[in-house]
Design a protein around this ligand. Structure first.
Ligand code: AMP
Ligand code: MG
Length: 481
């Protein structure tokens, strides 16, 4: 195993050196062996050794655990100090391909950033993060990954006492917009520059060739983030807490909390119990991501130009490209969901019209796109306004023909981009309930397995492809951290 902990070589103000606090009775729930293999990790074979490793009870010699410092805008309000209050970065592994990945334990005990928190995680959110992050990866979205999860043998106090869990995640990097805000809000321009240099070196090395690498770096972060949000939108994903401290500098989905996939298509859909104003609603995600990028731009300003006015103008110019970049990516993604090869306004109008019909008819987002690829009659049957869907269908198929295509070929392409199986909220909840209430992980394992091939129709797992019955619908999700 090749650990090389570059973050721990940064100045001490970037983190606290701290070991995980051992847990009482570690018990493994699942290890992602294929990810371990991808990373070139050589894991111990015995279950108790694995459980000890993935609970932080034993450390490898090469690990240098640190809790990372960061700040963040939470629901728009600035908090100057957040940081890893219940997580530690164990170290970085260099994968076989030479890429560096962070390995972090979540639920590993108190740090200097814990404020009043216990530093632990409840089991439910651990399961949700494992299931959803791996499903996102299988769908081809950029995301942190799940390497392992276990029980701690401890109870944690949330609404009541619940079983404790511990999660091992892997990310391309764990620097957030909030990491830059931590130093910028302290007027520590030296640290902002050190952090920018670190991130450029590690994640955006092509920026080094630009006339001003920091401007190019900022442009690339904006681009990667816009692209990520476009992908979220195309699968109906709602992050739920897009605070700047949960916004990765790498354009990766990070910090799964009260996240959810929409069932019925409702543009302003909110699941999170703490998102009262709908700040992080489905259709608000692009503008909020742009807001987060504005916060990043503010931190980097001093690196853009010595002249403050010029620096601001440069930042704004980059930021203005965010929504156009998002729109181009989104239109491309949505047109592809309809099997259209040429992405143009006319094609995107078909998308808009269909989504309008889905909204009016309370149609399931995932099922609508998938059935159009699999079974046209069933697709049409989802809509109560039969004349409207017939006329939409005619326009869509005419458009394909105009593009020199046909329905069958389009359907084949659509099956590669429209998931048949997503982590539906009621299935995730059902798995969590069985785990927390009955110590039964059968449904958790099954869900994770089913979600490994999201684009395949799985007749033997039909209940994972269908929307919830009315009494199964999950209306709200909780942080539960
Ligand atoms: P998150 O909900 O993961 O985005 O966390 C927001 C902030 O609260 C971060 O600084 C976390 O480290 C901190 N936090 C969340 N839960 C806990 C906990 N149980 N103990 C200590 N800190 C926590
Ligand atoms: Mg967070």
């Amino acid at each position: 195993m090749v650990f090389d902990n570059s973050y721990a070589r940064l100045p001490e103000i970037f983190y606290q050196r701290i070991n995980p606090v051992p847990v009482k009775a570690p018990e493994l729930i699942r290890v992602n062996h294929s990810l371990a293999e991808e990373l070139g990790l050589l894991l111990p074979e015995a279950d108790d050794a694995l459980a000890a490793l993935f609970s932080g009870n034993t450390l490898l010699d090469e690990m240098e655990p640190v809790a990372m410092a960061y700040a963040g805008h939470q629901f728009g309000g600035f908090v100057p100090q957040l940081g890893d209050g219940r997580a530690v970065l164990l170290g970085e592994v260099l994968s076989g391909a030479g890429t560096r990945f962070d390995i972090q334990l979540k639920g590993s005990g108190q740090t200097q950033f814990s404020r009043n928190g216990d530093g632990r995680s409840a089991l439910g959110p651990v399961i949700r993060e494992y299931v959803v992050s791996e499903a996102m990866h299988a769908m081809g979205l950029s995301t942190s990954r799940a390497l392992a999860m276990g029980k701690t043998g401890e109870q944690v106090l949330r609404e009541g006492y619940v079983p404790g869990g511990i999660f091992t995640r892997v990310a391309s990097g764990l620097v957030r917009v909030g990491t830059f805000e931590y130093f910028a809000s302290r007027d520590n321009t030296t640290a902002v520059k050190q952090l920018a240099d670190y991130v450029i070196d590690r994640h955006y090395s092509s920026a080094k060739n630009a006339a001003n690498p920091y401007i190019d770096f900022y442009r690339q972060v904006c681009e990667a983030t816009a692209q990520l949000i476009a992908r979220w939108m195309a699968v109906g994903f709602i992050h739920g807490v897009m605070n700047t401290d949960n916004t990765s500098i790498c354009g990766e989905t990070l910090d799964y909390g009260p996240c959810a996939f929409m069932d019925t298509y409702v543009p302003a859909k909110v699941f999170s119990s703490i998102d009262h104003g709908g700040r992080y609603a489905y259709n608000n995600q692009p503008t909020i991501a742009q807001w987060n990028m504005a916060a990043l731009g503010g931190c980097l300003m001093s690196l853009f130009d010595d002249d403050a006015d010029k620096a601001r103008a440069i930042g704004e110019e980059v930021l203005e490209t965010f929504i156009p970049t998002f729109k181009a990516q989104y239109q491309d993604g949505m047109c592809r969901k309809l099997g259209l090869v040429t992405v143009d306004d006319q094609g995107f109008q078909r998308v808009r019209d269909l989504m309008e019909l889905m909204h009016q008819g309370h149609v399931d987002f995932t099922l609508a796109f998938r059935l159009l690829a699999d079974d046209i009659e069933q697709f049409k049957g989802l809509f109560s306004e039969s004349a409207a869907i017939e006329s939409w269908f005619t326009e869509w198929s005419d458009q394909l023909v105009e593009q020199g295509e046909n329905v069958a070929a389009a359907q084949e392409r659509m099956r590669l981009v429209n998931p048949a199986v997503i982590p539906r909220n009621h299935r995730v909840e059902e798995a969590i309930r069985a785990a927390e209430d009955h110590n039964d992980f059968t449904l958790t394992h099954r869900l994770i397995d089913v979600l490994k091939t999201p684009y395949a129709v799985q007749p033997e797992n039909e209940e994972y492809m269908t929307p919830p019955e009315s009494d199964e619908v999950v209306h709200q999700t909780f942080c539960g951290t």
